[in-house]
Design a protein around this ligand. Sequence first.
Ligand code: LEU
Length: 450
Amino acid sequence: MSAVRGEFSSRFGFIMAAAGSAVGLGNIWGFPTQTASNGGAAFLIAYLVLAFCLAYPALMAELTIGRHGQANAVSSLRKISNNLLQKRFAFVVGFGGIICAGLILSFYAIVAGWMISATLEPIATLVGSESSSTWLSEQSLSRNLIFTAGFIILTVAIISRGVENGIEKWSKRLMPALLTILFALIIYVMMQEGAMTGLKAYLVPDFNSILDPELLVSALGQAFFSLSLGTSVMIIYGSYISKKENLVSLGAYVTLIDVFIAFVAGLLIIPAMYVAQAQGVEIFSATGELLSEDTLVFQVLPALFDGMGTIGLFVGFAFFALMSIAALTSSISMLEAPVSYAVERFDLGRVKATWLIGTIIALVSFTIVLNFNVLFGLVIALTTKFSQPILGLMCCLFVGWIWYRNSLLNEIQQGCPEVASSLFWKIWPWYIRFICPIAIGLVFVSSLLG
Ligand code: LEU
């Protein structure tokens, strides 16, 4: 074991780091596009209900496992296991989450690489370098490999500095920058023609579709992905929280910020689609369906920025910088999951472990880039559709069925004595035991059938 474990130095630092992990491409790209293609406000309502009723309790389960264990995901799960069989199960869940985080990072880095090249493209245009601007804007093997590698190096550089000087310091810088850009862009888009129609489509629900099973499956999947559940990330972040902190309110803040940013990103992207539509960019079919979720960010919005002339270059730059920052604060959390395990399990130095794992993830990313058509969709489906819900469910089973109720509640009570007298926390272990696994299982099965 390494001599001194890292710890978040402040409450604010933890909130920024965990909210940074949660707020990512899932919020700024995934949530608005899912909302636009799943009945607007109906999806928003389903998402809000599921995020608070299912994802928050599951997030609390993962944070509590980590804070109790004060160790990497595998060791933390082992500490609450009572026999050999349970310890084996702990390894499967903890190590499975670590692999899942690494695999998500390997495709996330490719998308983040596109974001960074799209951020640089307006700069190349502004300085008059047409060839660079063309290279940056077109899909090519060289561009994708270089920017994927660049993004992974950036992530490695932060994680190799440790918890306080790496994760916490950079999350505290990047998250306020993200919020500033997001709000500036919303104000700009709201002033354009067509924005109000978009706002209406976003905020006025069509109640007929709210109980549509497909909508519920997408909303729960989105909530789990967005809170980084089932990836060991929240277990390891929980392990860096001091025993004096109030875990209940920290988890609530993270959920609120995550949901809030997804909601606010919807206020940007959905009106922007209607602004683009008003300017002649084709977004919706004649029957009102979103034409393409995948090309929205890389074709539709750039077409909108192009139509704005020089100011579009600045808006485009700000938009993709926002995406890149959101991706970076999430990617550092995904790298921390395997790095913390390697450091504690094999007694490796942090810098060495980070570069080693960063290199492995880069090799997986390159393999995906080189076999894009086959592997990209497959890895996304394997991790986000299958592994995350299954592992999230297993964490709930661990807390609900294996961890002794008193020890569990004692852990949450440290730093939050009110838990002892709260009805909510009396019910929560039962909730985690029955309701969460059943609901996640149902959603999972219906997504398989769907
Ligand atoms: N929560 C992140 C996002 O919304 C993803 C997670 C797997 C780190 O993009």
